[in-house]
Design a protein around this ligand. Structure first.
Ligand SMILES: [Zn+2]
Ligand SMILES: [Zn+2]
Length: 259
């Protein structure tokens, strides 16, 4: 399985996942030109797309979807609630509703959508399995739900939100209501909250953790890396036995993992 986070954060989200037979994107919150540039930078191509999966209807996850679907004629998979809340997505030709909580297949890729706690209509994260490898993508969540904690142990790789440092939010420029929303149970996951969750629930199988959806205002990449790595009790980049911790970026692709 090959994967790369092409962009992550409020400036636009998109993740590329490919197996030998199947190629998908999760979310697309930027335009075609930017997508092409990022794919090129990552050494990836997208002449064919088997599906575009959406986590929820917020603009940073869907703004680029209509244009890409016109280009590649790929089916767009989302929850019923996501479709209901987003008129632009209702205009698309090839929408499919995904079941939540029961696995389905896209080619040789097994996918399971699970609910996440976020202020959208019916937001989900995804678990992926193929070729003996399992991974999980969960961004935009105020707190880890039971489903996430249960899936964590069996995953080889994780893309999880490490949105903010609580002290930076409290000292930062956002109005109080926005700070409360951000740090609330339906907002975004902090570096420390992710660290605590991984420390308690991560299994021995996990080799890579990609930190996603970092805030530009309320976080620093090095701080996120340090706080999560510290919780996992290994130096940045991973110790002998622990997983390697990687950053994702707003405007350029992450490392490409080939597992
Ligand atoms: Zn988002
Ligand atoms: Zn969101």
């Amino acid at each position: 399985m090959k994967l790369c986070v092409l962009g992550s954060g409020s400036a636009g989200n998109c993740t590329y996942i490919a197996t030998r037979e199947t190629r998908i994107l999760v979310d697309l919150g930027f335009g075609r030109i930017s997508l092409r540039r990022r794919l090129r930078q990552a050494g990836l191509s997208l002449d064919r797309l088997d599906a575009l999966l959406l986590t929820h209807e917020h603009t940073d996850h869907v703004s680029g979807v209509p244009a890409l679907v016109r280009d590649l004629d790929a089916p767009v998979l989302m929850t019923e609630g996501t479709l209901r809340e987003s008129p632009p997505l209702q205009e698309l030709n090839r929408v499919k509703i995904v079941p939540v909580g029961s696995p389905f297949h896209i080619g040789d890729l097994e996918v399971e959508a699970f609910p996440v706690s976020h202020d959208a209509a019916q937001p989900v994260g995804f678990r992926f399995a193929a070729e003996g490898t399992q991974g999980l993508l969960a961004t935009d969540l105020g707190e880890p739900t039971q489903e996430i904690l249960e899936h964590l142990a069996g995953c080889d790789w994780l893309i999880m939100e490490s949105n903010h440092d609580e002290e930076m939010v409290l000292a930062g420029p956002y109005p109080w209501l926005l700070k409360q929303r951000l740090m609330g149970p339906k907002g975004h996951l902090s570096n420390h909250a992710l660290g605590r969750c991984l420390k308690t629930h991560l299994g021995a199988k996990t080799r890579h953790v990609l930190l996603a959806h970092l805030s530009r205002t309320n976080n620093h990449p090095q701080l996120a890396l340090d706080q999560v790595s510290e919780a996992l009790s290994g130096p940045s980049g991973g110790g002998e036995s622990g997983p390697r911790v990687h950053l994702t970026h707003q405007n350029r692709p992450s490392i490409v993992l080939d597992l």
